[in-house]
Design a protein around this ligand. Structure first.
Ligand code: TXA
Ligand code: MG
Length: 338
């Protein structure tokens, strides 16, 4: 079993030392847990791909302590400076032209001319980064294709012994992965929606495009290789737009359940605790985002036929939640849910 070690001065130093020694370490961030390695060390980075069973064509995000450290790795134009000043540290990843001789392992970029950089705000993550003193490559700490993990226990469930050291700091605040913003071309494009929304970015950048459907395009047009994959999928089917619950389904609710019906009779409020979660009883989108992956994992049990999910308003961070849910549901066609 992996070691789940509560973060304190000693364990933070241990995590930093492991990173310096070329090992992989699970680290808390404000978005989701990350599986970190020294981004300058190809052997260390290769351990990430192996532990996650991640295809080598899918590049990683490099985490750095501040904008200055980022500007050593990538070309930061005026637009990048502006959004970095406004949103770093925080849940925003920038895709920018990479600088030559930055020392970043070629495995991190998967052969692309661009590099993804992010300055996380999580206190523990920042302490580890300061002590380690190297840029940290870190994808979400889950097996490739599964929902991201937002608690140390879910990391352990997903990766098992493949990630032997987990630096634990409770549930992640945001609960969804960072917004990925591509600034390598003329038009700013959101490749993955997150807590930083297009409305948040537009005052700094003018119009921002959102391109979340890139996985349906021909390979040559794909900007973010991660978009190719059917990400975020639980093991059992996910049924969206639920207005009722069918026999043997679990329910992931949002807001009031007053008008939810049960196909088999009875009341949703009497469903067993194991088959029912509410993302936010009060309809708070930030609370719901924080709970999304955690609750999907809670309900992802073989005794359930599917997870029925109520509609979530498509605004603010709701856009990002709906994108994750659509991908989770896409893995299955409606005929799979019998
Ligand atoms: O919140 C987050 O971003 C978390 C925490 C740990 O920081 N990390 C995370 O990493 O979600 P990952 O690897 O699970 O997702 C990174 C996404 C992938 O879809 C990948 O394809 C895309 O970013 N990406 C990375 N480098 C890219 C690049 N150079 N161009 C386009 N997309 C890139
Ligand atoms: Mg991921």
């Amino acid at each position: 079993m992996p070691r789940i070690v509560v973060a304190n001065d000693q364990s933070i130093s241990e995590a930093a030392a492991l990173l310096q020694a070329g090992e992989i370490v699970v680290l808390p961030t404000e978005t989701v847990y990350g599986l970190g390695a020294n981004a300058l060390d190809s052997d260390a980075v290769s351990k990430i791909f192996k532990a996650k069973k991640r295809p080598s064509f899918n590049p990683l995000i490099v985490h750095v302590i501040d904008k200055q450290a980022a500007s050593k790795l990538v070309e930061m134009d005026e637009r990048a400076q502006k959004v970095a000043d406004a949103f770093w540290p925080g849940p925003l990843t920038l895709i920018l032209p990479r600088k030559e001789n930055s020392g970043i392992s070629d495995l991190v970029t998967a052969g692309l001319e661009t590099l993804a950089v992010r300055v996380p705000s999580h206190k523990i993550m920042r302490k580890v980064m300061k002590e380690a003193g190297v840029p940290i490559a870190a994808p979400s700490a889950n097996s490739s294709g599964e929902p991201s993990a937002t608690t140390p226990q879910h990391v352990a469930q997903s990766l098992g012994d493949a990630a032997p050291f987990i630096l634990a700091a409770g549930a992640c605040d945001v609960g969804l992965e960072s917004t990925v913003l591509d600034l390598s071309g003329e038009v700013p494009i959101i490749l993955r929606p997150g807590a930083v929304t297009s409305e948040d970015l537009e005052p700094y950048l003018g119009q921002v495009e959102i391109d979340m459907g890139a996985h349906e395009k021909p390979q040559s047009e794909i900007k973010s290789p991660g978009q190719l994959l059917k990400h975020y999928a639980p093991k059992i089917p996910v049924r969206l737009h639920a207005v009722d619950v069918q026999q043997d389904e679990a329910l992931l609710a949002f807001g009031s359940i007053k008008f939810m019906g049960m196909k088999a009779g009875g009341h949703v409020k009497d469903m067993p605790d194991t088959a029912f979660r509410n993302l936010s009883e009060s309809g708070d989108l930030n609370e719901a985002a924080k709970n999304l992956f955690m609750m999907l994992r809670d309900l992802d049990k073989p005794e359930h036929k599917a997870i029925a999910v109520m509609d979530i308003p498509n605004q603010g961070i709701g856009v990002a939640m709906n994108e994750r849910l659509q991908r989770a549901a896409k893995k299955y066609s409606p005929k799979d849910i019998k």
